[in-house]
Design a protein. Structure first.
Length: 687
């Protein structure tokens, strides 16, 4: 016999009980054949009601009390077991459920209620059909809070303004769908805020999983690192339980339609129906206490199966939020103790790659779920472009996992240069390569080889680029970001520094907090404006300025990302910061050989260049830094474009002279032009 046939059998037995009750009432009812019965009360009907004996505490009649016990329906039996329902609870639930399963019951209930508008069972009718007196306090209590039907939200009492016996009973649609094997989407639970999630199969049990299995069961409050407080992170902590997962997202709960307690109660009911673990979060900032109370103080269902519950948020648990007991755990600590090395995860996610994905993605700090999504995105990018998988696809996919909050405080630069674009002496180049290696291998060194610094220090990599203006500091930061496959975020000091006390620190904290959640290189250009030396305290201004530096010292130590500070005057940076820098690179003013390489780099194709251009002559005659050389080349290109010809020596001489004039230096005499075989009148002016 199928489940549907069993359920139909239950309804048929209930129909017989209803028919028996209809026969009893109609036998001595003078209005039984009145077509308007239930719309008014005739004098004869009033006399009949007055003559009818009142309720008593007689033994239960043999109506529906045993209906729900006669046949076996797997989901019905599971529901009754998981919610701790006794025989009377089952009968009451079936009476209330009948109009939602069989349309014949609605008009019959209207007849028995003596009101054609009441097409659901009322409390009085349900007690009557179950053979219980309306004066039986024990039977009435099975419909009140404190009993499984009400606390489990299997049965809802409608119209609270009416007398208790006249209130209608309604079974939520999700309970009906469960009994009819209608898994479907959970659109009707908490306004669509509940969704299913995949559990980690075959994974080793976690500390959170062990805590959820304890008796008595208590909710677990999981503090996740900011930026990683997403459902997938919380779901991994439930590995080893072997149960499905349900996620209640507070952000999708409309408070105008669903109170916190109602949303949680509906989600707990759904989790109990499917024997699932309930995840609630991420808890909204500022509303954590409301959601913690809604979960922790939800009345337990007597005799029901406990539902494992996990709340997760970025904020730590405040014991004052609730009087109930919760177990508070730190997701970062649990991940540190039980996480699989990211190299193994990358190799497992991209086993057929023609390169080492762990090496290419070493600079990214991604959770296991983000690694899996990034790997699938990289494969999709390669497929839609009809190309074999390359590191560029992996870098783009990994960057797609970034949060977007940092763009409100910094300017994003997509790197378009590489190490070959840097023209520097050997020593600065080695330091820049060292910076790249530090960022790429920090997980292996700090975690795998046990070189973690301790003392609350983060795993970040901090570098200082010092040198004169135009020597390539900002370009080098972009090169580092490009070599790591990361974006470069340039912090706008105008959006950071504030004249009001404490505001600069708040702005910096927002930037550091967002940068911790983003895989990027953070660039503080002209950093000495923020990281300046502390001074002797002579007034309140000095005191607050020193507090700003002290805050930065502490925040840099806890930073987990990659940051580059550039300065023209390294001596202006406080010495206390120097100890916290991992790499210091001095950018020297280029000599003649380097200036020649810079000119050649700026004049390479596709720029059209005339044959009379001599990069060696330009390098020898004009002592310019790399930034100035690039500006001179750009000026020459505009001059040539306006004249409709390739870039010539005269254009480059004019560009170089303008760079000299910008810096207030004396422009070389016309002997330089004569040496190059160029007359002064041949120069093309661009005004």
């Amino acid at each position: 016999m199928s489940d549907t046939q069993v359920l139909a059998g239950l309804l048929e037995e209930l129909r017989q009980a209803v028919a028996s009750r209809v026969a009893e009432l109609s036998a001595d009812d003078p209005t039984a054949h009145d077509p308007l019965r239930g719309l008014y009360l005739s004098p004869d009907a009033a006399d009949q009601l007055l003559a009818r004996p009142g309720p008593d505490e007689a033994a239960p009649r043999d109506h529906a009390a045993s209906v729900a016990e006669t046949n076996s329906h797997p989901r019905w039996d599971l529901l009754c077991t998981r919610f701790g329902l006794d025989a009377l609870d089952r009968a009451l639930l079936l009476v209330a459920l009948a109009p939602d399963l069989d349309r014949r019951f609605a008009p019959l209930y209207g007849y028995l209620n003596d009101d054609v508008g009441k097409r659901r069972a009322t409390v009085g009718l349900a007690l009557d059909l179950c053979g219980r007196s309306t004066l039986c306090g024990t039977a009435r209590a099975r419909l009140l809070p404190g009993a499984p039907l009400a606390d489990g939200r299997l049965l809802l009492l409608e119209q609270p303004e009416r007398p208790f016996l006249e209130r209608e009973l309604r079974v939520p649609d999700r309970v009906t769908a469960y009994l009819l094997d209608g898994d479907g989407a959970l659109r009707t639970v908490a306004g669509g805020a509940v969704s299913t999630m995949q559990s980690t199969e075959g994974a080793a049990p976690t500390v959170v999983g062990a805590a959820l299995r304890r008796e008595p069961a208590r909710p677990v409050y999981l503090r996740c690192p900011r930026g990683q407080d997403h459902p997938a992170s919380a779901a991994r902590t439930c590995a080893g339980l072997g149960q499905p997962l349900l996620h209640l997202d507070p952000a999708r709960v409309d408070p105008a339609q669903h109170a916190h307690g109602e949303a949680v109660a509906d989600a707990v009911r759904e989790a109990r129906l499917w024997d699932a673990v309930l995840l609630v979060g991420p808890l909204p900032t500022g509303a954590e206490a409301d959601w913690v109370r809604a979960v922790a103080e939800l009345p337990p269902v007597s005799g029901a199966v406990a539902v494992p519950q996990v709340l997760f948020a970025a904020a730590p648990l405040d014991p004052g939020w609730t009087r109930a007991h919760l177990l508070a755990l730190d997701a970062a600590e649990e991940a540190e103790n039980s996480a699989v090395p990211s190299a193994e995860l990358w190799q497992k996610a991209l086993p057929g790659a023609g390169f080492d994905p762990a090496e290419e993605a070493g600079a990214y700090r991604l959770s296991p779920d983000q690694i899996d999504r990034a790997a699938r995105t990289a494969l999709d990018l390669a497929a839609v472009r009809a190309e074999p998988l390359r590191p560029e696809h992996l870098h783009q996919a990994a960057r797609s996992q970034n949060a977007v909050g940092l763009e409100r405080h910094a300017r994003r630069v997509r790197p378009a240069v590489g190490l070959p674009d840097l023209v520097l002496p050997a020593e600065p180049l080695r330091r820049i390569e060292e910076l790249v290696h530090r960022a790429r291998h920090r997980e292996q060194v700090l975690r795998g080889w046990g070189m973690r610094r301790g003392g609350g220090r983060g795993s970040g990599v901090i570098a200082v680029f010092a040198g004169e203006s135009g020597t390539g500091k900002t370009l080098a930061a972009e090169v580092v970001a490009g070599a790591l496959g990361l974006d470069l975020y340039v912090v706008e000091l105008s959006a950071v520094v504030d004249k009001y006390v404490g505001e600069t620190e708040k702005n910096l904290e927002r930037i550091f907090a967002q940068a911790d959640a983003v895989n990027a290189v953070l660039l503080f250009d002209e950093a000495d404006a923020v990281f300046g030396k502390r001074s002797e305290v002579k007034d309140s201004h000095d005191r607050y300025a020193n507090l700003e530096s002290a805050y930065l010292l502490q925040r840099l130590e806890a930073f987990d990302g990659v940051a580059v500070l550039t300065t023209n005057l390294r001596g202006n940076i406080d010495e206390a910061f120097t100890r916290r820098f991992d790499v210091v690179v001095d950018f020297p003013f280029p000599d003649e050989e380097q200036r020649r390489a810079l000119w050649e780099h700026c004049l390479r194709p596709p720029l059209p260049v005339a044959e009379d251009v001599q990069a060696g002559f330009l390098a020898r005659e004009f002592e310019l830094a790399g930034g100035a050389i690039r500006s001179a080349a750009v000026t020459a290109a505009y001059l040539a474009a306006a004249a409709g010809r390739p870039v010539g020596a005269a254009d480059l001489l004019e560009g170089a002279r303008r760079e000299y004039a910008k810096s207030g230096r004396l422009v070389p005499s016309n002997e330089a032009e004569a040496a190059a075989g160029i007359g002064a009148g041949a120069l093309t002016r661009f005004w």
